[in-house]
Design a protein around this ligand. Structure first.
Ligand code: ADP
Ligand code: RBF
Ligand code: MG
Length: 173
């Protein structure tokens, strides 16, 4: 059965998957699906579609850091709802960041890339602030630990039930 949650503060986000900075997260074992944020419309968000406005508002107002979430690529070949560890912020380990990114690492092996697809997320909780690591290896270690933490956190009953939230599209038989 699909649960209905009327009064929960869990952000429900929809955005197109865009190209990131190509730092090779995928090669390192943590591809992150960068979500399109229409920063150029920040001054006049009323011109945006509601879901574009919502993800922009989330990106501009939420605490930066790492979150756990459920994620679905609604028009990909794999439309399952999967666990994700999501980074929101400036990636302070790198000096060249020009805009905040919202980039979930979906904890699932996909058969192919899904650039341009629509990604839906329900953000269930916060893990930690983003840190500036001196060594790249320490960032990788932290990200792996975040993945383990997020997997477990999403198994808690109040989060596990969100997998069937109405924000996600049902899989056709
Ligand atoms: P980019 O810098 O373009 O974001 P990444 O190395 O972060 O490149 O790879 C992200 C891309 O990999 C996503 O946009 C998506 O198309 C694909 N991808 C494949 N598997 C995953 C996954 N498990 N989680 C997130 N993205 C994935
Ligand atoms: N970048 C940072 O600079 N500091 C962090 O603490 C940090 N934590 C992350 C945690 C997770 C779970 C993920 C998926 C990414 C994190 N990143 C962090 C972002 C990382 O630098 C970024 O995904 C790559 O640089 C690719 O753009
Ligand atoms: Mg990425």
């Amino acid at each position: 059965s699909r649960t209905k949650k009327a009064r929960e503060p869990m952000p429900r986000l929809r955005a197109k998957v865009v190209h990131g900075f190509g730092r090779g997260s995928k090669v390192l074992g943590f591809p992150t699906a960068n979500m399109e944020i229409k920063w150029e419309q920040e001054a006049s968000p009323e011109a945006l579609a509601p879901h574009e406005r919502e993800v922009l508002e989330f990106a501009s107002t939420c605490e930066t850091g790492i979150y756990y979430a459920w994620a679905q690529v609604v028009n990909g070949t794999d439309r399952g709802v999967h666990k994700a560890a999501m980074s929101v912020g400036w990636n302070p380990t790198f000096a060249d960041m020009k805009a905040k990114t919202v980039e979930p690492w979906i904890l699932h092996d996909f058969p192919e890339d899904f650039y341009d697809c629509e990604l839906r997320l329900v953000v269930c909780g916060y893990v930690r602030p983003e840190l500036k690591f001196d060594k790249f290896d320490d960032l990788i270690t932290a990200i792996r630990e975040d993945g383990d933490f997020c997997k477990e956190a999403l198994d808690a009953p109040s989060c596990a039930e969100v997998k069937t939230d109405e924000h996600f599209l049902p899989l056709e038989q």
